[in-house]
Design a protein around this ligand. Sequence first.
Ligand code: CP
Ligand code: NVA
Length: 310
Amino acid sequence: MIRHFLRDDDLSPEELLTVLDRADLYKRNRTGFTPLAGKAVAVVFEKNSTRTRLSFEIGIAQLGGQPVIVDGRTSQLGREETIEDTSRVLSRYVDAIAIRTFAQRRIDALASVSTVPVINALTDEFHPCQVLADLQTIRERKGALAGLTLTYLGDGNNNMAHSLMLGGTNAGMHVRVASPDGFEPLPQVAVDAKERGHLTGGSYTQIVDPQAAVDGADVLVTDSWTSMGQENDGLDRVGPFRPYQVNAALLARAEAGAIVLHCLPAHRGFEITDEVLDGAASAVWDEAENRLHAQKALLSYLLEIADLGL
Ligand code: CP
Ligand code: NVA
C-alpha cells in the first residue's frame, strides 16, 4: 500500500515528530543529503504559487532528485484529460507527485490510482505541507509543541484552519478556531481533530469571540479572508471578519511572548496589520523558509518508507 500525505492526519503523531526532526536536520545542513538521487518528482499546479513552487523545486534538487513542475493550465489537464489518467501516466515517470488543486476529492482521485506517493501541496480543504512548516517554526521558537495553545482567527472553512486543526492536535496542541457565524470549519474535520486530540492529549475548540479565543494563546495564526477560488463566491469576505483581524490590540491579549504566523501571501490591513506582520512577534519569514526544510523531510520520509515497502 502506497502512503500518501493528503491531509495532516495521514502521519501518525510519532511520524510527525520524525519528519519535524528531519526538517531540523535539513535546516542545519542544506546540502549533503541526497536520498532522492536518481529519482524524479512531479509538482503540479492548478492554482498560483510562489512559496510552494520554489520550496519544492529547490528542495527536490537539493536532495539529489529531479523536480518537474507541471502547470495545470498549459498541460493536458487544462484540456480536460482526467486527473486519474494524468496520475496513471505521471506514476510511470516519477517517484512522487505533489499537487496543488481545488477540491480534496480531486487529489483523492489522483491518489486512488497513483502507484507513487502523492503529496497535498494545497487543496480547498487542506494545506498540510504549510502546517508542517508551521509546526517546525513553533517548535523552534517555543522548544516543544505538546500542551501549547494555538488560536487561528478568520475564515474557519479554510484550508489553513482545517490543517491546523488536524496537524496541531496531532502534535498534542490545544487548537482554537475563532471565526464569524457562517464561516465555521467543516463539521467532520472538527470531529477528526477532537479524535486526534484524544489520542495525543491535545484538543480542538471552536469559539466565536476573538478576544476570548486569544486569551492565554501561545501562537496566533491567520490567513486570507478570500482564498484562491473564492474571489467571486458572492459572500461578504471583509465585514464579518473585521473583529478577527490580528492587530496589536488583539495580540496584547495573548500570552506574553506569543508568536504570530501567517502562511502568506498576506493582505496587509485586512487579516493582519503591518505592525504585527513586521513586528517582534512575527515568525512569518522563518515560517516561509521552513517550507523548504519541512517538505524535504516529508519527501525523504515518504520515499524511504515506499522503498522499504512499508
Ligand atoms: N503559503 C503558500 O502556500 O504560499 P504560495 O501560495 O506562494 O505557495
Ligand atoms: N487559504 C489560502 C492559502 C494560500 C497559501 C488559499 O487557499 O488561497
